[in-house]
Design a protein around this ligand. Structure first.
Ligand code: GDP
Ligand code: IMO
Ligand code: MG
Length: 423
């Protein structure tokens, strides 16, 4: 049984919480793309953990946690995260496995990330500054450095030399100090030593689990509308966040995929720049940010907030093949008298779909809104669907009607237990 968890909006939908919950029943959790631009919060009996690279399923002591080949690694961040999790699980080495095919974020990637943003000025993406765009650019242009290379320091040295030859020319021309080869080499190797024991070919482990029909959980990062193909390009991230990327990023063939769970936040948020049709610039938006505590897990930036956009979710459901929805942060809406949802868009007075439009056109759409009554009651302690207030159930039914996908899991608080199953 292979299940994929996908963020359906612009990230921070609560994937960490849901993956932690689902991992109770899985034997492997795999991250298959992205890097430490992700920040997944897990709150369980072990404490509160903002995870950037280690899969959120790591808290099942019987399960393996795999960092797949599609992930890009900042070795210092990874070493620190491993140290933190090792405090809870001293024998982590027996079940955290990192693919040798994963690419390494080098110090010059982080500098170039910032340089591109500075050069773009008001057209910037609003990246996390973690070097994600530049490391993936090196990957697809055959200039990346992988863990495989670090396992043979001679090869690493050779590749680093060539890389710096070009990167230093760009960097100095932009007025920055050039990187010293020995310094970069030594810094990377210092962090690498700490993660070396975790590196192992992940393919036989995944094949074996598939053959034995074990449960595998694939943890998507970011959100579908940050997808490099289908998102609001160029205000996107560098990886493909779509469910189908599990094949490229984790080595799981499409025929094995059984379930794709779309994580839908009960309203919408976005960090960084880019179109956001239902964004609120008023007190209601501020209230969503305050009640939902919408500040970035990775960068601490305030998140832009707005109403739930079902035009987006409908498209995400089709391309990702959602088999169900997990609706999160529903409790955040507890004190709203009226709750608005977007059911579609108009562009130049004509109905349009998300997929008709470029990002520039999306900036100019008029959302079509429907207003529902709120429930004015705390739902954070409710555990059974039928105990939810009528208006809460009506809100959920409206989401199911508009998207054609069943809401099978409802999250009413950040903790693992604050969850309602709705089979
Ligand atoms: P992710 O990137 O999708 O894993 O999401 P983040 O962890 O970046 O952001 C989600 C935030 O909402 C975290 O602080 C979670 O602890 C919190 N959270 C998750 N689910 C719920 C929920 O149902 N209700 C509330 N109030 N908070 C939640
Ligand atoms: P999780 O997994 C929210 C956004 C950045 C920026 C754009 C490109 O926690 O949901 P990048 O650093 O990737 O080059 O930035 O993508 N972004 C996220 N926003 N949650 C995330 O991850 C994000 N990962 C990237 O804010 O707009
Ligand atoms: Mg996050």
């Amino acid at each position: 049984m292979v299940t994929i968890v996908i963020g359906s909006q612009w990230g921070d939908e609560g994937k960490g919480k849901i993956v932690d919950l689902l991992s109770e029943k899985t034997s492997i959790t795999i991250r298959f793309h992205g890097g430490n631009n992700a920040g997944h919060t897990v709150i369980n009996k072990y404490g509160k953990f903002p995870l950037h690279l280690i899969p959120s399923g790591v808290f099942n002591p019987k399960a393996k946690a795999i960092i797949g080949n599609g992930v890009v690694l900042d070795l210092e961040v990874l070493a620190n995260e491993i140290a933190r999790i090792k405090k809870v699980f001293p024998n982590l080495q027996s079940r955290l496995i990192i693919s040798p095919r994963a690419h390494i974020i080098m110090p010059y990637h982080k500098l170039l990330d910032k340089a591109y943003e500075d050069a773009k000025g008001k057209n910037k993406v609003g990246t996390t500054g973690r070097g994600i765009g530049p490391v993936y650019a090196d990957k697809v242009s055959y200039n990346g450095i992988r863990l495989f290379d670090l396992l043979d320091p001679k090869i690493f040295r050779e590749k680093l030399k060539i890389s710096l030859l070009i990167k230093n020319k760009i960097i100095t021309s932009l007025g920055h100090k050039q990187f010293n080869e020995d310094e970069v080499f030594n810094e990377i190797m210092t962090h690498f030593k700490k993660i070396k024991p975790y590196i192992k070919n992940t393919n036989p482990i995944v094949f074996d689990a598939l053959q034995k029909k074990k449960n595998i959980l694939c943890e998507g990062a970011h959100g579908f509308f940050l997808d490099n193909e289908f998102g609001t390009y160029p205000r996107v991230t560098a990886s493909e966040t779509v469910s189908g990327n599990v094949t490229a990023g984790a080595g799981i063939a499409p025929k094995y995929i059984n379930e794709v769970i779309g994580i839908v936040k009960a309203y919408t948020t976005r960090v960084g720049e880019g179109p956001f049709p239902t964004e609120l610039f008023n007190k209601t938006g501020e209230k969503l940010r305050e009640v939902g505590f919408e500040f970035g897990t990775t960068t601490g930036r305030p998140r832009r907030c707005g109403w739930l956009d079902l035009e987006l979710i409908r498209f995400a459901a089709k391309i990702n093949g959602f088999t169900s929805i997990a609706l999160t942060k529903l409790d955040v809406l507890d004190s709203f008298e009226k709750i608005t949802i977007c059911t579609g868009y108009k562009y130049k007075n004509k109905p349009v779909s998300y997929s008709d439009l470029s990002a520039e056109q999306l900036e100019k759409v008029t959302p079509i809104y429907k207003v529902l009554n709120g429930w004015n009651k705390s739902i954070k302690d409710i555990r059974i669907f039928s105990d939810l207030p009528l208006n809460t159930r009506k809100y959920i039914q409206e989401i199911e009607k508009q998207t054609g996908v069943k809401v099978q899991l409802i999250s009413v608080g950040p903790e693992r237990k604050q969850t309602i199953l709705h089979a």
